[in-house]
Design a protein around this ligand. Sequence first.
Ligand SMILES: [Zn+2]
Ligand SMILES: [Zn+2]
Length: 451
Amino acid sequence: MSSVAPKTKPATDTPDVVDPLPPMRWSNILNELNWLSTIILTVVPAMTIYGSLTTKLRWETALFSVFYYFVTGLGITAGYHRLWAHRSYNASKPLQYFLAMAGAGAVEGSIKWWSRGHRAHHRYTDTELDPYNAGEGLWWSHVGWMLLKPRRRPGNADVSDLSKNEVIRWQHKYYLPLILGMGVGFPTVVPWLFWGDLRGGFFYAGFARLLFVHHSTFCVNSLAHWLGNAPFDDKHTPRDHVITALCTIGEGYHNFHHQFPMDYRNAIKWYQYDPTKWFIWVCSALGLASHLKVFPENEVRKGQLTMQLKRLRETQEKLAWPSDSNDLPVISYDSFIEQASKRPLILVAGFIHDVSNFIDEHPGGAHYIIKYVGKDATTAFFGGVYDHSNAAHNLLAMKRVGVLHGGLPQGLQEKTIPPSQRLKVARYAELSSVSGHSSASSEKESSPPPA
Ligand SMILES: [Zn+2]
Ligand SMILES: [Zn+2]
């Protein structure tokens, strides 16, 4: 189910590397801490614990907190992430202002700072230029990278498009009042004005909700690079898992997302949990969003097929296969007759088989086998006496001990290939050396070369 993140790989494209900071030790920890993030990430859980122990939770406030969790979470997933970091759709001005304000309520930095780091994360996934490199472990990719000063500058990422955006500039300019207003002020005022619960609004809709939004988003960098499978590409750590999707407002299909980051979807199946996608889709239906980008289905399926073939190839390589004519001794007809007098050899489709440990197990009875020792049983095997099953043909091929000199009569080539080998997963190099085909999997009719 889960897979362990690989060790840090060296980055290949390192245009912007500055000397990394020294390793963190207990002796230099005060110098190396990123104090602002550390205070925010400590005060929020502390206030949540204190508030929940001292404040009665009213149901109106509980409902509003969950609602506001989704509003501010969508500010990050639909706004910061899919709109600005990836430009996976176009948003109208009102929607952009809404997302910029909602995203500020999640208190995760400005759109520009967040998107710059996230673009580096996609460009340099799993390398030291990835700001939340999963190779450094689950804790590091979840919060560790924010608690310390960045050990080095993240890899280059172009954010010139964001610098030109007036909404992003506006959010950047008023960032402090926006996080105070949307992070604490608004969620406190609403419960106070509408049902008189100022204290509950402050602690639950303000701080507890913020704690959940924080760790929900952080899970995209940690859990989504650790839990689940890789149906599209397993070169890097991103994984798909429904649990991650549930924790992150739909950002859990992260293997898909890293393959197709411009796609406005994370989940491609209708039944998979991706409320961010649903939100964007509803916005487009209301005329607030447009140009929702979808990667061509044909290319998406190619990625899936590649991984399926890879799995099949692994299964194929774990099985034992019959020897082919290149690996077997070529035996003359006279020699076959002579050796068959000492052990039970039967000729089928040009191959000589030693059936000594099978005579008593033959479902059709031992005498049918004994009758054909030292003879060509090709016609009998393929329907003359009994049309054997695929399984019987596969098993027979495992008993090959030689190939008859002179090869096999015209028209029998297909019978030399056991059913289990007619369709096999072959590497490109293997195919081109045999037949010059260019597909990864084919009806491979690799007749043995003439003996
Ligand atoms: Zn990622
Ligand atoms: Zn992304």
